[in-house]
Design a protein around this ligand. Structure first.
Ligand code: ADP
Ligand code: F6P
Length: 480
């Protein structure tokens, strides 16, 4: 609570000193419409960005511009818990082309090392431009001279440039939550100049890692007239600051929830349910991801299968729990991945399970926060193996939720989180089935001292950087 108010105060100072408000612009609003006692009401959606921004917006009287999550007409702007909410309407056709198409079948795979082939279609590009313009116009209506606008993520990369044309009198920040790809990959994008110029419309362009910031700066120099060093690029007569601001979680909250009595009870119950085996000492590996092909869930399952096939550990010694959150189900690659992951889980259980003792527990659902915390608490080994990830908050949540120095984190070299957590985690190449199987085995058999040493390092790293520190450092850069 203290941290919240410190940040709110600091942001208020920044805002007051400029007589400015903060406007957040993100594809999704921080609220969703739900039915309660037969009535439709707006409820806050959980999530890191919402947690970080809510106290700041509440204290500075700011607003949030975004899409409500439903196709078609949008209600007029309204106030929700002291925050102004400005919904942007997106039609069903625009959604298919802007969201399913350009955002999630062109940009998403391209920016994640092309782990699926990105598709480039002019019929998706124009709706992306139109929706970005609609967002920029909505923000232009919301702001007053001197306000600060913070635009988020790959769905809205054109907004900073469009907004600057409409409202040169505001400070504009942009943060990319996913990786910015190496120049050789980005070069494929037919609209690379437009995207870069859109982002360079901001005063501060933030990334998760220094390598993404570098990739962006070199692409900007190659394909636009931008020049100069990252921290102060010259673009069309203005300075643009390009910098890494690694995002994090509300560490204290995760620690408190993880330690709470209901979560402790649930974790004990889950452990009892899962650990029943002949030896009574079954270790639990856990994966928690959106069901996305960038998360490496399929290779993780194959590595677990390999581990059991080798026979040094059996399904009596260990079990894998994979929680997969439904995501972007209208996109073909996601539907195919689901079918594959479900086939693999069935195949592993068919070969290694027996009645009352599955080798893999596969849960296809989103969990309430406390239940998720209980899964984190009870797992001996957390397996976070994305093929590429901007940051990966699950890795940080696992560390914060665990009590004392229990637990081991297996982490992909290609997650942004590896920069901060690399010294305590067991790092893996998530494409390497044999290497991953060997690392899982190592994690399951690590001696207590080494496990504690590693968890101590992880805890230190996670506590050093909270989501509030992240928001504060970005807003300070934007205000300066
Ligand atoms: P991404 O943003 O790509 O989905 P992150 O790991 O950075 O990946 O963030 C995922 C967020 O979703 C985390 O905050 C995590 O708590 C939440 N989450 C993941 N799995 C579940 C689940 N099964 N139920 C509820 N929340 C989940
Ligand atoms: O990590 C990128 C991101 O867009 C997050 O901001 C978001 O929470 C997640 O992916 C899910 O995306 P979508 O809005 O497409 O469900």
């Amino acid at each position: 609570m203290l941290l919240w108010s410190l940040i709110a105060t600091r942001s208020q100072e920044i805002a007051m000193s400029r007589k400015s408000r903060l406007v957040i612009v993100a594809n999704r609003l921080p609220v969703k419409r739900v039915k309660r006692k037969g009535k439709l009401v707006w409820e806050t959606s959980p999530g890191g960005l919402v947690t970080a921004m809510t106290p700041i917006l509440n204290d500075t009287g700011g607003s949030w511009v975004g899409w409500s999550g439903a196709a078609g007409k949008a209600p007029p702007a309204f106030t929700h818990e002291n925050m102004r909410v400005h919904p942007v309407p997106i039609s069903a056709e625009q959604l298919e082309k802007f969201y399913g198409g350009f955002s999630n079948t062109t940009l998403w795979p391209l920016y994640h090392d092309s782990v699926r082939t990105p598709q480039f279609h002019r019929r998706w590009w124009w709706p992306y431009v139109d929706v970005n313009r609609r967002f920029a116009e909505a923000v232009a209506d919301e702001v007053s001279p001197g306000d600060m606008v913070w635009v988020h993520d790959y769905q809205l990369q054109l907004v900073p440039g469009m907004l600057r044309e409409l409202r040169p009198d505001v400070r504009i920040g942009f943060f990319l939550h996913i990786p910015f790809p190496p120049e050789e990959l980005f070069a494929q994008l037919p609209w690379r100049r437009e995207i870069l110029a859109g982002m360079l419309g901001a005063d501060v362009v933030g990334f998760q890692t220094p390598s993404s910031a570098r990739n962006f700066a070199s692409a900007a120099k190659l394909y636009t007239e931008a020049k100069g060093p990252e921290r102060g690029m010259d673009f069309r007569g203005r300075k643009v600051r390009v910098q890494a601001f690694p995002i994090s979680i509300d560490v204290k909250h995760m620690e408190q929830v993880g330690m709470s009595a209901p979560v402790t009870d649930l974790a004990t119950q889950l452990r009892t349910d899962l650990a029943s085996s002949r030896t009574g000492d079954r270790r639990v590996l856990l994966g928690v991801d959106r069901l996305d092909y960038t998360k490496g869930i399929d290779i993780r399952l194959r590595a677990f299968e390999e581990l059991l096939t080798r026979g040094s550990l059996t399904a009596d010694d260990c079990v894998l729990v994979q929680v997969a959150v439904p995501s972007r189900e209208s996109v073909d690659d996601y539907a195919e991945l689901r079918a594959y992951v479900e086939r693999l889980s069935g195949r592993i259980n068919g070969q290694f399970g027996r009645p009352g003792r599955a080798a893999v527990h596969y849960l296809y659902r989103s969990l309430p926060f406390e239940e998720l915390a209980a899964y984190y608490r009870m797992a001996d080994v957390m397996v976070v193996t994305p093929l590429r990830d901007g940051m990966n908050l699950v890795a940080k949540e696992y560390v914060a939720a665990n009590e004392g120095d229990t637990g081991t984190l297996v982490l992909s070299e290609f997650a942004g989180a590896a920069h901060e957590l690399g010294s305590g985690a067991l790092l893996v190449n998530p494409h390497d089935v044999d290497g991953l199987a060997a690392t899982m085995e190592m994690a399951l058999t690590l001696d207590d001292r080494e496990r504690q040493r590693r968890m101590g390092l992880l805890r230190q790293a996670v506590r050093k950087n909270t989501v509030f520190g992240w928001a504060e450092s970005f807003l300070e850069a934007l205000a300066s």
